[in-house]
Design a protein around this ligand. Structure first.
Ligand code: PXP
Length: 237
């Protein structure tokens, strides 16, 4: 199981004072040294955390994969084409949300998404779609030409009680199996933490888990390298 570490919230702390620290580039390098497989950053349209220049500096500094989370907005697509990250993950974006709330509705937006996937893939950027673990969304994603999906684990991580969590986990497993049967690479993420991630990591057909908030929060107490290593110990089988 691979681990992608989302470092957006290092930039959130920096933006709280509008200064230069903590630097997301240093964070990316520490995560890389601790053994994670990719660095994930979300360039939001409102630039509330990661800024354009951060991305270009991270791309230049790290050797592991850079996965850019992004909306399908024209301005952001143009930046992605200049940056050329290893991977782009298309996510829905609403101005007032605290974090990405639901998966991308590829069923409703398939024409637009297909166009953006084509543009990104033709720039040599592997494209992933962040979707809810539903068959209709997986089918629609497959039809856009994207070959990677990231299944939203928010339903599982926010589930109240053991039986609700179990049923969300089973739905996730079924979605992963279905995606794999179509030949899609299946990643997963959102809301995963030191308590709930290992059950998801046991779904062996998942390629990578993308985790941000819990790792950056843990880093406040044990340092970023330690927080990444602790998560790796939980999810690497
Ligand atoms: N995957 C995607 C597509 C996301 O948008 C986010 C949040 O930026 C994450 C994973 C990480 O979520 P969390 O910060 O809850 O671990």
């Amino acid at each position: 199981m691979k681990l992608g570490v989302n470092i957006d919230h290092v930039a959130t702390i920096r933006e709280a004072r509008g200064g230069i620290e903590p630097d997301p580039v240093s964070a990316a390098l520490l995560c890389e040294m601790a053994g994670c497989d990719s660095i994930v950053c979300h360039l939001r349209e409102d630039r509330r955390h990661i800024q354009d220049a951060d991305l270009f500096r991270i791309k230049k500094s790290v050797k592991i994969r850079l996965n850019l989370e992004m909306s399908a907005a024209r301005e952001i697509v143009a930046i992605a084409r200049r940056l050329r990250p290893d991977q782009a993950t298309l996510v829905p974006e609403k101005r007032r949300e605290l974090t990405t709330e639901g998966g991308l509705d590829v069923v409703a937006l398939k024409k637009k998404i297909r166009g953006v996937v084509e543009v990104l893939e033709s720039a040599g950027i592997e494209t992933s779609l962040f979707i809810d673990p539903e068959k209709s969304q997986i089918d629609a994603s497959f039809r856009t030409g994207a070959r990677i999906i990231e299944l939203h684990t928010g339903g599982y991580s926010n589930a109240k009680g053991v039986s609700a969590a179990r049923s969300r986990l089973n739905a996730l497993k079924a979605a992963v199996r279905y995606a794999r049967s179509l030949g899609l690479v299946a990643n997963a993420g959102h809301g995963l933490n030191y308590e709930n991630a290992s059950a998801v990591a046991r779904i062996s057909e998942i390629n990578e888990l993308n985790i941000g908030h819990s790792i950056i929060s843990r880093a406040v107490f044990v340092g970023l390298g330690g927080a990444v290593k602790e998560m790796l110990a939980l999810i690497k089988w």
